[in-house]
Design a protein around this ligand. Sequence first.
Ligand code: PGA
Length: 229
Amino acid sequence: MADELRVRLAGYPSLVLGLPTGNTPVPFYQELIRLHRASLLSLAQATSFNLDEYLGLAPGDPRSFRAWMQAQLFSQVDLPANRTHLPDPVEPAAAAEESRRYELLIREAGGVDWMLLGIGRNGHIGFNEPGSPRTSRTRLVELEAKTIADAAKTFGGEQHVPRRAITMGIGTILEARAIRVMAFGSAKAEIVQRALTGEPTELVPASLLAGHADVRFLLDTESARLLSQ
Ligand code: PGA
């Protein structure tokens, strides 16, 4: 995955990237940093848009996705700070306006060229939980219990996890020119099977990616375990 991005950037340095947070992309970001330090990859002319951000956190909160991206990637590569975008962690009342601003920024950048995604155990992409409309745009969403449980460690207990977030919509994600999805480990085996072998349905948001013209999945043996049955 990192090598594909290296080659794409070499041919087209002003690429617009869609980026995820989570455990899944960590090795990918580490590889980007390694390639950058070896002078084999530059993001100096690229732009990034992250998928999502929690609502109601103070700007700079260390548990925000902005802070996570800063630590895991932005501070260690040459992506200019003013071209790294995430939704702002505004109060819910300001979420509609922030969502419109984010959609407009993506449009003004010419759309996302290369979108990287993880998959939640419930099939979410970004924070598009099961039932999210296929045509949805960037908007305020309520997080599901499974998503809250998965974030509990970061927040020191489920009760501290924000209940709401802003996410790029499924329609927004599907407009990316290329989509790459990563899922690793046995905890993802069941959802990978549902996403890749079932009928596309809004109940499994990742299954809606099947209709995209340029989508690829990167799996390991554990996450692909149920595919050959
Ligand atoms: P994970 O999260 O990479 O931490 O498993 C994936 C997701 O929820 O999209």
